[in-house]
Design a protein around this ligand. Structure first.
Ligand code: Z5A
Length: 222
C-alpha cells in the first residue's frame, strides 16, 4: 500500500521542525515507518540548491528565478526521496513543501499564479500531500522564537523580510487553509509544543483513522 504524505507549513518559527519531530516519534511508536525531510533540501541535489537560495545569492536574480530554483530542488527531492518512500509504504513528513512557493514566491514575490501552478505540476506531479498541517502563529511570536534560536547569527534571506511581509505570509497561509479544507488543517501554534502536538495528532488520527492507544483500550473493553 502506498504510504502517507504529510506536509507542515507556516511562517518563521511556527514550530514546523519541532512538530515534524514529535509526530514522527508518535507514528514510530505505533510501529509505522516514517521518513522526515525538509524543503528546500531533503536530497543531495536539493540541499545544494538550498544553500544558494538561503544565502541570498539568488535574490538579485529576482522572484521568478527563485521560484524556478525552489521547483528544481523540489523536483529532485520528490523523485529521489519522497516518491520512493511512498512507494514503499512509508509515512513521509516534510517540513515545508509546495505551499511555501505559493506563499513566499507567489504572494510575497508576486510571481504570476500561472507560473507557480505550472512549476507545481512539473515538480510535484502526483506526489500531492494527503494532509497539510498549517501552523498558525502571529509573526511577532514566530520571529521572536526564530531570533532566540539563532542567537547572534544573521537572519537568512527570508527571515530578514519586514514584519508586514510576515503578516502577509500568514494571511496567505490562512487563505490556502480556507480554500482547500479537504487537504489542509489550520492549527493554532502559539501554545507550548506539547499542546500543539496534541492538536496536530488529533487531526492526523482523524484523517487517517488512527485510534489513540487509550481509546483502543476503551473500545476493546466494550
Ligand atoms: N522557502 C521559500 O521561499 N519557498 C519555498 O518553496 C520553500 C521555502 C520550500 C527555509 O528556511 C526558507 O525558505 C523559509 C521559506 C523559504 N524562510 N525562511 N526563513 P528554513 O528551512 O531555514 O527555516 P523555516 O522553514 O522558516 O523554519 P524555521 O523558521 O527555522 O522554524 P520552524 O521549523 O517553523 O520552527 P522550529 O525550528 O520547530 O522552532 C523554532 C524555535 O522555536 C526553536 O528554538 C524551537 O525550540 C522553538 N519552538 C518551537 N515550537 C515552539 C512552541 N510551540 N513554543 C515555543 N517555542 C517553540
Amino acid at each position: 500500500m502506498r504510504g502517507r504524505f504529510i506536509t507542515f507549513e507556516g511562517g518563521e518559527g511556527a514550530g514546523k521542525s519541532t512538530q515534524v519531530r514529535l509526530l514522527a516519534q508518535r507514528l514510530r511508536a505505533r510501529g509505522l515507518e516514517v521518513v522526515t525531510t525538509r524543503e528546500p533540501g531533503g536530497s543531495p541535489g536539493a540541499e545544494a540548491i538550498r544553500h544558494i537560495l538561503l544565502s541570498g545569492a539568488a535574490k538579485p536574480l529576482g522572484p521568478y528565478a527563485e521560484a524556478i530554483l525552489f521547483a528544481a530542488a523540489r523536483d529532485d527531492h520528490v523523485r529521489s526521496v519522497i516518491e520512493p518512500a511512498l512507494a514503499q509504504g512509508q509515512w513521509v513528513l516534510c517540513d515545508r513543501f509546495a505551499d511555501s512557493t505559493r506563499v513566499y514566491q507567489g504572494v510575497l514575490g508576486d510571481v504570476d499564479p500561472r507560473v507557480i501552478n505550472a512549476l507545481e505540476r512539473i515538480a510535484v506531479g502526483p506526489a500531492r500531500p494527503d494532509l497539510t498541517v498549517i501552523l498558525d502563529v502571529p509573526p511577532e511570536i514566530g520571529l521572536a522564537r526564530a531570533a532566540l534560536r539563532r542567537g547572534r547569527e544573521a537572519p537568512d534571506r527570508f527571515e530578514a523580510e519586514t514584519l508586514e511581509a510576515h503578516a502577509r505570509l500568514r494571511a496567505a497561509y490562512r487563505a490556502i487553509a480556507e480554500r482547500e479544507p479537504e487537504r489542509c488543517v489550520l492549527v493554532d501554534a502559539a501554545g507550548d509544543p506539547e499542546h500543539v502536538a496534541e492538536a496536530v495528532w488529533a487531526h492526523v488520527a482523524e484523517r487517517f483513522a488512527l485510534t489513540t492507544p487509550g481509546r483502543q483500550r476503551a473500545v476493546a473493553a466494550l
